[in-house]
Design a protein around this ligand. Structure first.
Ligand SMILES: [Zn+2]
Length: 342
């Protein structure tokens, strides 16, 4: 990758189920638990439905159970019921009024950046909407790699829109928006059947190819995601060609394990691991992560930190981030002088 103006390249944030779990350890605003694949059957109350069909043997391996539903046409009705229950569960999740980790993630990145998520839950979309008074349109682009309950999309141009605009008309091509498809976990996932998911992956590959920094939060690269990992690897390319880029991995696992999981993507020592999102470069240098990393690694200068954290209220977030957004808007409305935005 070229090193010219690397700080202007995207910072890509990838979210897995662990991110939502970490953001809402005590559940959502009403105490609804955040399911992960290992407890989806139990949390979304699918046990009795599956048990009655003779499919549930007491083990909660949802991927295996769901794959059985897909393999046998006689389970068509049951499959629809299971999908409906899961959709309803995720759709009802909501955030408490005070700023959450999702709000911080959205506000810590800029318009040039990307947040790609494997999660079906509505938190990313909710945060993009409810932080608009601070980001004022300078928000990162969301990509829904497995679909999302809060999203509808135009079947022709694949432009996503909040699900509240379902059945209204796309202003680009006058087609009616349809609900996002959730990609349910079969053993062999196909990222090309659904138009909106295929489009999200095309954008993901472009984003990864050009990314200067890549933060992975709560995504464990499970073996069942072998096809997703392959797509990401093809976009990232050889780790030996990524000698400027930095990976940061936020996960409760130990560093050795994380390093081994992501070894194919890490150039020598160009990675950090954090158990606590609060220590991450993302939250220590909100909206200026790429500039800060460039300063440190290329100019050998310790950049000033302007951290945000989950205990801040909306006024405190505005006071830290508002001036940064102002500076970005100034840079965007004037001729670029090829200096990092400070
Ligand atoms: Zn359209």
């Amino acid at each position: 990758m070229t090193n010219e103006l690397s700080w202007e390249r995207p910072h890509l944030l990838l979210l897995g189920a662990g991110a939502s779990k970490a953001a809402f350890l005590s559940g959502d605003a009403k105490g609804h638990e955040l399911p992960v694949m290992a407890n989806l059957v139990q949390v979304c109350s699918l046990s009795s439905l599956l048990h009655d069909a003779g499919l549930h043997d007491g083990h909660d391996d949802f991927e295996s159970l769901y794959s059985d539903l897909c393999d046998k046409p006689e389970y068509g009705d049951l499959k629809q019921k299971v999908e409906g229950l899961i959709w309803s569960y995720f759709r009802r999740l909501e955030q408490p009024p005070a700023p959450t980790i999702y709000d911080l993630l959205v506000l810590s990145l800029r318009k040039k950046d990307v947040i790609a998520t494997f999660n079906w839950d509505p938190f990313l979309v909710q945060s993009l909407v409810r932080t608009a008074h601070i980001h004022r349109g300078e928000a990162p682009r969301p990509l829904f790699l497995h679909g999302n309950v809060e999203i509808a999309y135009c079947p022709k141009c694949t432009k996503p829109t909040p699900v509240g605009r379902l059945h209204s008309v796309c202003r680009h091509c006058s087609n009616e928006f349809v609900p996002s498809t959730l990609l349910f976990p079969v053993r062999k996932k196909d990222y090309t059947t659904d138009h909106s998911i295929e489009s999200a992956w095309a954008d993901m590959k472009t984003g990864l190819h050009s990314a200067y920094m890549w933060t992975i939060f709560g995504y464990g690269a499970p073996k069942s995601d072998v096809d997703a990992i392959k797509l990401m690897k093809s976009a990232w390319g050889s780790k030996y060609d990524r000698n400027l880029e930095q990976l940061e991995i936020i996960d409760v696992k130990e560093e050795d394990e994380l390093q081994a999981t992501w070894d194919d993507f890490i150039h020598t020592h160009h990675y950090d691991t954090w158990k606590d999102i609060g220590n991450s470069r993302l939250l220590r240098h909100p909206r200026r992560g790429c500039e800060a990393f460039w300063s440190m690694s290329m100019d050998l200068r310790i950049p000033e930190e302007r951290p945000v954290h989950p205990r801040m209220d909306w006024t405190e977030l505005e006071s830290v981030l508002g001036p940064l957004v102002d500076a970005e808007k100034g840079v965007l409305t004037h001729h670029r002088d090829k200096k990092p935005v400070r």
